[in-house]
Design a protein. Structure first.
Length: 209
């Protein structure tokens, strides 16, 4: 399986990049699923479940985490009005929280977060089709209208939470970035849950420094 590197972040040290293949912005990347077995333990399935693939997947998620710690530009959609807000999403260095922050201008985040989310409490991360398959309750009409009018359906993400917190709706930079976000945030959720269970961060071996 070939993985795209973190195309949304221009500040990752080149010495930290371990990927040789990249995808253009007009190509879809097919990622493997995060699954939960009968014992309640969540695991990531890879194409051949071979050590090189696992190592490459780990480095891919680490690359995403490094970008997210620095902040990645996105657009947050207000579920009540459909208005798009220029923002950036951040993951804290301990990989426990996902924060959406308003941006005054490109690269400049305000001090107050728009939303501060617990990674361990994320239930699911949906694309447009996945959100629709749940019955449509995750896609308020203002959000649908905004996505249709702007032609951004392929960039839309819906984040739901186990505690019933209002879903977050945001737009990534491209469909490739959207797919990367979905896969990596699902995996980071597992690391956050493992850290809670084991009483420490880094149970899965991902570091974002």
């Amino acid at each position: 399986m070939a993985f795209a590197s973190c195309t949304a972040c221009e500040h990752v040290d080149k010495s930290e990049e371990n990927f040789t293949s990249q995808h253009g912005q007009d190509k879809r990347t097919q990622y493997e699923a995060v699954q939960e077995n009968s014992g309640g333990t969540t695991q990531v399935s890879t194409a051949n479940d071979a050590p090189p693939e696992k190592s490459r997947l780990r480095e891919f998620v680490k690359d995403f985490a490094k970008c997210a710690v620095r902040g990645v530009a996105c657009t947050v959609i207000d579920s009540r009005t459909g208005a798009g807000v220029t923002a950036a999403y951040h993951v804290d260095p301990s990989l426990q929280r996902l924060t959406l922050r308003h941006t005054q201008k490109e690269g400049a985040a305000t001090e107050m977060p728009y939303r501060d989310l617990d990674l361990a409490r994320i239930q699911e991360v949906h694309d447009m089709d996945s959100a629709k398959s749940t019955g449509g309750s995750l896609l308020p009409e203002p959000v649908l209208q905004a996505a249709d009018s702007d032609g951004t359906r392929d960039r839309l993400l819906v984040i739901t939470f186990e505690d019933g917190t209002e879903p977050a709706h945001l737009l990534e930079g491209s469909s490739v970035d959207r797919d990367r976000f979905i896969m990596c945030v699902k995996i980071l959720k597992l690391y956050a849950q493992n850290a809670h269970t084991l009483g420490g961060v880094g149970a899965g071996g991902i570091g974002a420094k």
